[in-house]
Design a protein around this ligand. Structure first.
Ligand code: GP9
Ligand code: MN
Length: 633
């Protein structure tokens, strides 16, 4: 069926068009990219082309048709794998792959279960273009022999490719100024420059950050230090030292979002114990508290809690910067006589914790090997929270006091499966199995926390401890917006999406009688100073960006890792300024004073991490060790 005398380079053209069209179709069916106007649609359509022209164009340097065809086929397959990897990753993380994630190989085993949920048989269709290209080469097209290709033709071809690239970049710059210089948001990058160019850009950014450490000499610290000092909050005398000398139990509540708190689902109370706790006389409860994590999820929240710094915009900082110097909360508490530890019934290498905990100066990590996992005690990602808490309290009874224990829960994790006896309420009834099951696993979490409190009381640890709990990050991604809209009874606008990033935050101080619902807008970055002050530990020399939520100076301004932010009156999301009270878009001028500040905060935090600047800082004296550093260079 082969037909002869197709024009020269037909197969090259076919290869380009196939991948191009497939990529464009995949953008629409597999990624949730909000396209607001015709120009954005045009950019989206155009953006795969420049890269494809370049990469497939390399085939013009081949002399034989056979070698050229082999190159085209291999390229097409590699691109299909890259695109599909992004699709599968996106289903799980609502994000595109960034280079450091690829080096997180120690996560892959555990990710397996979740990944399996993200892969379907019909996914072979993502490789349809490769198959078609193969068939075309093998059975349909035979080109005129092209012999030696004239350099002038090649030159013209690459000039055309460059022109398409510049057209693409030009259109993007008008549509989204400063995109490449700021790059908060991977979705915007992919939307504008395309998946393939995005990966090249990512490789460039990552190698730059590698170089940044090498180039930093500490002089940057002067400016960073000024910024940190100017944002510092004096502790409130009423609360400072309220829990001095007590054990500190910090619980990371996996995927728990505030939208389930003090609410019902089809007549069922989702978090009965936590609801009661939120208005308890010994509890400070924060309903307007936001997570600030990025791709590093749980580990990012740990990073925020320990360091009062933002995680990174690309990849998990636990992976990319576990060799840095930090002044963690654990280190401060250790210096104050605490035995510091983390308890989490998962592999020690997940999120590179074993390495990072060394850098954070945590005395001991109770990983999965410190737990007994009986038959039926594990679900989803590992040991269920109820036996996890039980055994953790057992460990606590054997620790020297005072201790600082961070407990990381796991059951309320995507894909939110539970064994029948652990299902205390029925599922929800939307078209999203994920959201339906989420209410059940959140209810299970509530039960497990209730038992934790009982257990601590029984073992005589309760009275002499404070219990701090926070939701680590969202559990329900934007992929489930329709189901979420059904539950909340309103459309999920960018404003609502931002508000859904609220996670519960509790500080329970037994016997304090000072409890209250604190409406203050705050975030995970504030936990470190707040907690240290509660324990009577000064932080005026610490290099942290959060502020004590109890302080008069605490500002109601929470910056998300992707550049969105929330103030007392406004929410900035989806490039729009919303009025908090009404959820309606308002004048951009209302948010303008904060946009620069948000970028500044993230920028300084990134500088500290990328330059590993804390190696030039003496937290005890507050001295910048710049000269020393330069001398030892
Ligand atoms: C893994 C657990 C869950 O050990 O912390 O990680 P997550 O996927 O939520 O970041
Ligand atoms: Mn988590």
């Amino acid at each position: 069926m082969k037909t002869f005398n197709w024009p020269k380079h037909s197969i090259l053209a076919i290869a380009i068009v196939l991948t191009w069209i497939k990529t464009y179709v995949v953008y629409h069916i597999s990624f949730d990219m909000k396209i607001e106007n015709v120009m954005q649609q045009l950019i989206l359509f155009l953006n795969p082309l420049s890269f494809l022209l370049f990469i497939y164009g390399v085939s013009l340097f081949f002399k034989s048709v056979k070698a050229r065809n082999r190159y085209l086929l291999i390229t097409s397959s590699v691109l299909a794998v890259i695109l599909y990897a992004n699709v599968a990753f996106y289903r799980f993380f609502s994000d595109f792959i960034t280079l450091p994630v690829l080096f997180q190989t120690s996560n892959f085993g555990d990710l397996g279960a979740s990944a399996a949920e993200s892969i379907f048989l019909t996914d072979v269709l993502y490789f349809a273009d490769v198959v078609i290209l193969f068939i075309v080469m093998k059975f349909i097209v035979v080109e005129k022999e092209f012999g030696v290709i004239k350099p002038a033709i090649r030159k013209a071809y690459f000039v055309l490719a460059a022109a398409v690239l510049f057209l693409n970049l030009g259109l993007s710059e008008t549509e989204r100024p400063q995109l490449l210089t700021r790059s908060f948001d991977r979705e915007l990058l992919v939307k504008n420059i395309g998946t393939y160019n995005y990966h090249i850009y990512d490789i460039y950014i990552q190698s730059k950050s590698h170089a940044q450490r090498a180039l930093a000499d500490g002089s940057e610290l002067v400016e960073v230090n000024n910024f940190v000092r100017s944002n510092q909050a004096e502790p409130d005398v009423e609360v400072f030292g309220l829990a001095e000398g007590k054990n500190v139990i910090v619980v990371s509540l996996e995927s728990l979002q505030t939208f389930v708190m003090n609410e019902e689902m089809n007549g069922q109370v989702v978090t009965p114990f936590l609801n009661e706790l939120s208005s308890d006389k010994d509890t400070f409860y924060f309903p307007n508290f936001y997570h600030q994590t990025g791709l590093g999820k749980t580990s990012d929240s740990e990073f925020l809690v320990e360091n009062g710094l933002y995680p990174l915009g690309g990849g998990a900082v636990f992976f990319t910067h576990s060799g840095n110097t930090y002044n963690s909360m654990a280190e401060r508490l250790g210096d104050n006589g605490y035995f510091t530890n983390v308890m989490h019934a998962n592999n020690k290498s997940f999120w590179n914790r074993d390495m990072m905990y060394n850098a954070l100066n945590i005395d001991k990590f109770y990983d999965v090997d410190s737990y007994t996992v009986e038959d039926g005690d594990a679900v989803n990602w590992g040991l269920k929270d109820i036996p996890f808490f039980e055994q953790s309290v057992e460990h606590m009874t054997e620790m020297p006091q005072p201790f600082y224990s961070r407990l990381i829960t796991l059951t309320n994790h995507y894909p939110f499966h539970l064994d029948e006896p652990d299902q205390f309420i029925p599922e929800y009834d939307s078209n999203s199995g994920t959201l339906n099951r989420y209410f059940q696993t959140a209810r299970y979490m509530d039960e497990s926390v209730k038992l934790l409190f009982e257990d601590l009381k029984e073992k005589g640890l309760y009275e002499n401890s404070i219990i701090v709990m926070y939701g680590d990050h969202y559990g329900i991604s934007e992929n489930h917006n329709d189901a979420m809209a059904q539950y909340l009874g309103k459309e999920i606008t960018p404003f609502e999406s931002a508000q859904l990033q609220r996670v519960p935050f509790f500080i329970h101080v037994p016997g304090s009688d000072k409890g209250q619902v604190v409406e203050e807008v705050s975030g995970q970055i504030d936990i470190r100073p707040t907690l240290l002050h509660l324990l009577g530990i000064e932080t005026s020399k610490d290099m942290q960006l959060g502020a004590d939520v109890f302080s008069e100076d605490h500002e109601e301004f929470v910056v998300f890792r992707d550049g969105r932010f929330v103030t007392k009156d406004f929410v900035y999301a989806g490039n729009t300024c919303y009025e908090k009270e009404t959820g309606l878009a308002t004048d951009a001028a209302s948010c303008a004073p904060y946009t620069e500040r948000a970028a500044e905060e993230l920028g300084y935090s990134d500088q500290i991490i990328n330059g590993d600047l804390l190696r030039f800082y003496d937290v005890k004296t507050g001295n910048l060790l710049i000269d020393e550093a330069n001398q030892s260079k």
